[in-house]
Write a protein that binds this ligand. Structure first.
Ligand code: HEM
Length: 220
């Protein structure tokens, strides 16, 4: 991919963090499912043995939480609600049809991605809090039995909720061709940016023009 025909979208640290987190997330999710549904008990082999799965699941869960907090700090500024998000919501049918003729004034992330971002952050926080309460042998003994029971239910529901969201996230990442390449190489084509994130594309062009003008200015 020629550098001239692409735009920088995602930094190296964010990409490394995202893919490392994806690996941990799958291990945590599959081991969690193995305890939730008896028919899936064979899945606890993903972490070696059932005993190892029992020990490693919470630690890997904390790694996923910390990785998501890092992404939160780096990306929250692009995921704040904006007036233009209303245009995306009003035209969501066109977005689903893949029609790109209307300018939807989409910034670095669209309104749907922002909803997903905040939902992921809320659910991972719920998973961490409920997970600590039910974490034997370290913390569970500090809490009364009814609190542990409620936390077990909350942990299971939040886990299933997050897995369903992530299935949607993966589907959309494959559906919008060029996005995964962006998360791997850090760069997206200009055509991709224009089609899916028109306002961000304009902002990047304006930034390039400013940089080019600054480079041309004679040095004092
Ligand atoms: C095979 C699995 C996955 C794939 C292919 C994938 C793909 C992607 C892609 C392509 C982007 C960038 C979207 C863009 O540039 O517009 C992205 C962003 C992101 N992904 Fe994933 N992802 C996967 C799994 C996960 C998991 C498991 C999580 C969290 C538990 C996650 C959390 C995020 C977050 C927080 C962002 C930033 C979105 C934003 O700032 O709005 N991803 N992912």
């Amino acid at each position: 991919m020629k550098r001239d025909s692409t735009l920088h979208r995602i930094g190296y640290a964010e990409r490394l963090c995202h893919w490392m987190m994806v690996a941990c997330f799958f291990l945590v999710a599959l081991s969690g499912l193995s305890w939730l549904f008896p028919s899936l008990s064979w899945l606890n082999a993903v972490l070696g043995t059932p005993q190892l799965a029992r020990i490693l699941h919470p630690f890997l869960g904390v790694v996923v939480f910390l990785a998501l907090m890092f992404l939160f700090l780096r990306l929250v500024k692009y995921n704040l609600p904006e007036r233009e998000d209303r245009i995306w919501f009003a035209n969501v049918k066109d977005v689903v049809r893949g029609a790109h003729d209307k300018p939807l004034r989409i910034g670095k992330y669209n309104a749907g991605q922002k909803v997903l971002f905040w939902s992921i952050m809320v659910l991972i926080t719920a998973l961490l809090v409920s997970g600590v309460i039910i974490w034997r042998p370290w913390f569970a003994h500090y809490f009364p039995i009814p609190v542990i029971r409620l936390s077990l239910i909350a942990h299971s529901l939040a886990g299933i909720g997050l897995m369903l969201l992530i299935i949607g996230h993966i589907y959309l990442a494959f559906w919008v061709k060029g996005s995964i390449r962006g998360m791997i190489t850090g760069r997206v084509t200009r055509a991709w940016a224009r089609a899916h994130h028109d306002r961000w594309h304009e902002q990047m062009l304006a930034k390039e023009a400013t940089q080019a003008a600054a480079a041309k200015e004679p040095r004092a």
